[in-house]
Design a protein around this ligand. Structure first.
Ligand code: VG1
Ligand code: CO
Length: 544
């Protein structure tokens, strides 16, 4: 094997965000850019010589080229085996499972998730550790610090590796195994859910379904599991072919971007169940005939009914949600007398709690739910969970949701995103909010009195690590909240996210439109942060 050391110069912008390093493809294509970041990761890790690295991505533009580059750098740095998804493909949850199942040292996942793809769009890379989960903050900080002083990377001179033929081959002492990206994951799903019941419910047409893969990674997974294994008709999976540019759309499963699915689910020929997933397969959107389930409600409903699912029949050890996620799951945890943790945004904060067995289920308002079966959020798992619930409860989605609200009350919830705001303006908004924190408590705005106003600081109960500045929270005496934070996944300017919620115990008022029910808090949020005034915009770019 001929190892080469290539001289390079550092780039100053390789600080991973909420979920890895995400930049425009053109940024990643700069000489040495990807190479520097990968070498910085390897330079920050210890004791991996001869060990296994898992490699795969969501198939977006630059995926294949990046994989070839990484194979060579990983080889030169001394890994002993690479496990790669066929065609360079692995969904994020499948990659997490494969790292765990084959006891790999770690993995590199290539994705910018729900961000658009193509030569002028986004690319991303993140490192997952041996538990299958995203590298914790101390690691991502080390990667960034190393990237600021890196001056060379190691690679080998070799031909590109054939990514398309399954099997194991030896290249200069290195073992490369190309695996089917779906098989191990499908087997895992079969071990969690009641496949015979699902098959029966689908073949009897009690459940009719539509899954929108959004031309992203879950197409092959959904076809194998929903169609081949569970017997759903082939046309149940739409936009099933992964495309490098996701067909020109945002592979973001919400009502705005999964509009093809949304239109059908709110039409008079809607199936009983509809769902979508994102670019890398870790997000999920759940809908039923004429109803959209907010991700926060979905998490709460899953927690409340988990015992109906074979893998969770013995109950949950605890649950967790990210801070901006609604408090719906907290009510379930309180009523079941199990712990509920509040973590910062991003899946990396759930890893320790899952590893320590403190939680079984967790989720985020951003269309993410998962459990201890992997260490990432998992889109198709959530879909199968809901299908299994419908089949067991023999109730349509709308009845399940309304029944849940009746029992626990409804946490009416929405998120407003102002995208690509000029960074100095966004920073000034945050500063402006920060400056008000000391004087907000006890102030009254209409029917809302501020109970607390702070910047969320998280102390990990397992390793004691502290993460500061994780979003601005304003809580009211009646349990309502407004949360503000800047996105850590965007690639253009800054995105301001405003999360708004209000608890409605009265079941006569559960069927309100969220925007109407939250109107007063929405006005108050603007009064506090002045995003419209400061940007000259008239409203948010995306409402979820
Ligand atoms: C967003 C979501 C966050 C999620 C993250 C990664 O981050 O808000 O909840 O964990 O995306 O999801 P941010 O920093 O932009 O708010 V994915 O599907 O992009 O891996
Ligand atoms: Co994703």
């Amino acid at each position: 094997m001929q190892i080469e050391t290539i001289t390079t110069h550092p780039y100053n912008d390789q600080n991973p965000g909420t979920s890895g390093l995400r930049k425009k493809v053109k940024v990643f294509q700069q000489p040495g850019y990807l190479e520097n970041f990968v070498q910085s990761i390897f330079d920050s890790l210890e004791d991996f010589a001869g060990k296994t690295l898992v490699l795969g991505g969501d198939g977006r533009y630059f995926n294949r080229a990046a994989i070839q580059i990484i194979i060579k750098i990983a080889t030169a740095n001394g890994f002993g085996e690479l496990i790669i998804g066929q065609g360079g493909l692995l969904s994020t949850p499948a990659a997490s499972h494969i790292i765990r199942k084959y006891q790999a040292f770690g993995g590199l996942i290539l994705s910018a998730s729900h961000n658009p793809g193509g030569p002028d769009e986004d690319f991303g890379i993140k490192y997952n550790v041996g538990n299958g989960g995203p590298a914790p903050e101390k690691d991502t900080l080390a990667f960034y610090q190393r990237s600021q002083s890196i001056n060379s990377y190691k690679t080998i001179i070799a031909d590109d590796v054939d990514l398309d033929n399954l099997g194991t081959r030896q290249i200069d002492g290195l073992k490369i195994t190309i695996i089917d990206p779906v098989s191990d994951y499908a087997e895992l799903m079969q071990s969690i859910f009641d496949f015979p019941l699902l098959k029966q419910s689908i073949s009897s047409k009690y459940i009719t379904l539509l899954f929108d893969a959004m031309h992203a990674i879950t197409g092959p997974y959904a076809k194998r599991i929903l169609v081949d294994m569970l017997g759903a008709p082939a046309e149940s999976v739409i936009n099933a072919e992964p495309l490098e540019d996701f067909g020109g759309h945002h592979p973001d499963p919400n009502l705005a971007h999964a509009h093809e699915l949304a239109e059908i689910m709110f039409s008079d020929h809607a199936p009983t169940f509809g769902a979508a997933s994102d670019g890398d397969g870790d997000r999920n959107m759940i809908t039923g005939c004429q109803i959209f389930v907010t991700p926060s409600d979905s998490l709460a409903i899953m927690a409340a009914n988990a015992q109906l699912i074979p893998a969770y029949a013995n109950g949950l050890s605890g649950v967790a949600r990210s801070m901006p996620t609604s408090q719906a799951v907290d009510r379930v945890a309180a009523s079941y007398n199990i712990p509920c943790f509040e973590t910062p945004t991003g899946w990396k904060f759930f890893g320790n709690l899952l590893d320590a067995g403190k939680i079984t289920l967790c989720g985020e308002e951003s269309f993410g739910t998962g459990s201890d079966h992997v260490r990432e959020k998992d889109g198709l798992w959530a879909v199968l969970f809901w299908l299994n619930l419908i089949a067991r409860k023999r109730q349509p989605v709308a009845d399940i949701v309304h029944g849940h609200w009746q029992k626990f009350g409804r946490d009416i919830y929405c998120r407003h995103d102002y995208e690509a705001v000029e960074t100095p303006i966004a920073n000034a908004i945050v500063e402006h909010l920060r400056s008000q924190l000391p004087t907000l408590p006890n102030q009254t705005f209409g029917e809302y009195t501020v109970k607390f106003a702070d910047e969320f600081c998280y102390e990990d109960s397992v390793d004691g690590s502290i993460s500061r500045n994780q979003g601005i929270r304003i809580g009211f005496t009646n349990g309502s909240r407004i949360v503000f934070r800047l996105s850590g996944t965007g690639t253009v300017g800054a995105t301001l996210r405003i999360y708004i919620e209000r608890f409605e115990p009265d079941s006569n008022r559960h069927n309100q439109d969220a925007q109407e029910a939250l109107a007063e808090l929405i006005v108050l949020a603007e009064q506090l942060c002045e995003v419209k005034k400061r940007t000259g915009r008239t409203g948010p770019d995306v409402i979820t």
